[in-house]
Design a protein. Structure first.
Length: 472
């Protein structure tokens, strides 16, 4: 199958790993464009159930059954790296000569057909890209968007505007996926080393972003303090910052009061004063500056930027506050890297400075836990209490000695550490929380509780919320 010029309208698209946040957006995109769509995922989830409700067939076992009815000549198979090489369905499609492409290669095709506004970076790219999509959606032209999270404004990870020349894309650096994209403009939010199982070391990780920036056509907006090899980049390079006035785009006159955050947005030609941030979380000021910069460079008016920022509802699992009472505040966040955890913990301390901070963290990947154990230990012990769940393996096999118990011991060795650290199994988590609430009540102590991590810890959010509210 030759797809250089696009995918035939009657082509069936089969997704291996359809329940992933990026894969499900592509599945919805092809289904909305009239393609027969089906797929496989290892486990049932709210997202796969939504796909099924929308009319997309999803299976949860590797047995080859309806797949034998598909023809290699008119079926495209899209896979995610999370699906192992030994998967029976993948092996079947390979042996039968089906065209198999990575998710990033398909996104690359889309970015060649539209003006792609991409958001790359170790941290903040989901919130920044979702806000950028919301800002662009408010224009007359609108935008298409493939997001790495569920927008709370649109209850989806996909925005469709067939007549728009724009598409907003979250540019994922894992597996060097973003090298398949052809960005018109891009934000780079950070280049803190991550995914060292792929890149090997920090130098190679930086090289990955240098190569990505070289693909950008018109403009690259980089968080101040990070750099790319300017000799490789033909696009114009801008900087942005939360408060550094030496940046091309920055915020100042930041005011925080009564649960609101307001600031002035400075761009190369002036200032938009007194903007209100719809999601009043400190780190979102920086994310907002990056998104506003790209929207402004594409001619979005001051009034639309103002309205869009104020009405932005955020992203599922990006510092969502589920309970806020005088007794207990409960937040859930996707943070899974030391820098992201630092932002989440610091935000809680700013919002609830007088409360006892308790964090429940599920480490994500054995390799990431091993590679950043010192950073995790330093950051997590900023909490008053840390409850660790077992490591979520995702695509990885266990590494001997790399466990949550090991991370707990490393936390306890941090100089000056006052944080109480423990490890609990998932089936004991709700009872552990119930006990912490009881102790807090006995002491007359208000607490700020957080669930943190990129694994399946979010499955507990409804139960934790119900438990807190039920024990008022």
């Amino acid at each position: 199958m030759d797809i250089k010029d696009g995918i035939e309208s009657d082509c069936t698209v089969y997704f291996l790993g359809i329940g992933g946040i990026g894969m499900s957006a592509l599945a919805r995109y092809f289904y909305a464009n009239g393609h027969p769509v089906m797929g496989y995922d290892l486990t049932r989830s709210p997202l796969t159930e939504e796909l099924e409700a929308e009319g997309i067939m999803v299976k949860y076992d590797e047995a080859v059954d309806e797949e034998v009815m598909l023809e290699p000549t008119d079926t495209l198979v899209v896979r995610t790296p999370a699906v192992p090489e030994g998967n029976e369905l993948l092996q079947y499609f390979m042996q039968q000569g089906f065209t198999i492409l990575k998710r990033a290669e398909i996104l690359g095709l889309v970015t060649r057909q539209k003006k792609a506004l991409c958001v790359a970076g170790t941290h903040g790219k989901t919130t920044t890209s979702t806000l950028l999509a919301h800002l662009m959606h408010g224009t007359r032209a609108g935008t298409n968007a493939f997001l790495g999270g569920i927008s709370l404004n649109y209850r989806s990870n996909l925005l469709l505007a067939p007549e728009s020349e724009y598409v907003v894309v979250e540019a994922d650096e894992y597996d060097r996926s973003f090298h398949h994209l052809r960005p018109y403009m891009s934000v780079i939010t950070s280049i803190d080393p991550d995914h060292l199982d792929i890149y090997g070391d920090a130098k190679s990780y930086q090289q990955g972003f240098d190569d990505y920036a070289a693909l950008v056509e018109e403009a690259v907006v980089i968080k101040k303090g990070f750099h790319v090899d300017e000799g490789k980049v033909s696009a114009k390079i801008y900087s942005y910052s939360m408060q550094d006035r030496d940046a091309d785009f920055y915020a100042d006159n930041i005011r925080v009061s009564e649960g609101e955050i307001r600031f002035d947005f400075h761009h190369p030609e002036g200032v938009i004063a007194d903007l209100k941030l719809g999601v009043p979380v400190w780190v979102n000021i920086e994310n907002a500056v990056g998104a506003l910069a790209i929207a402004w460079l594409n001619g979005v008016s001051d009034s639309i930027l103002r309205e869009g920022l104020q009405t932005f509802a955020g992203v599922k699992r990006r510092f969502n506050i589920h309970v806020s009472t005088p007794r207990v505040a409960y937040m859930d966040d996707y943070a899974h890297h030391p820098t992201e955890l630092m932002s989440a913990i610091d935000s809680v301390r700013k919002i609830y400075p007088q409360r006892r901070n308790i964090g429940i963290f599920q480490p994500h990947l054995y390799t990431r836990t091993r590679d950043f154990v010192d950073g995790f230990a330093r950051v997590l012990t900023r909490l008053d209490e840390l409850i660790l769940l077992p490591i979520y393996p995702a695509r990885e096999r266990p590494i001997p000695g790399v466990t949550s118990e090991w991370l707990m011991k490393c936390c306890r060795k941090v100089p000056g550490n006052q944080c109480k650290v423990s490890v609990v199994e998932k089936d004991a988590l709700l009872e552990t929380i119930r006990e912490r609430l009881r102790l807090a009540d006995e002491k007359g102590e208000a607490i700020a509780l957080m669930t943190l991590g990129a694994g399946d810890i979010d499955r507990f959010v409804p139960q934790i919320t119900e438990q807190i509210l039920g024990e008022k």
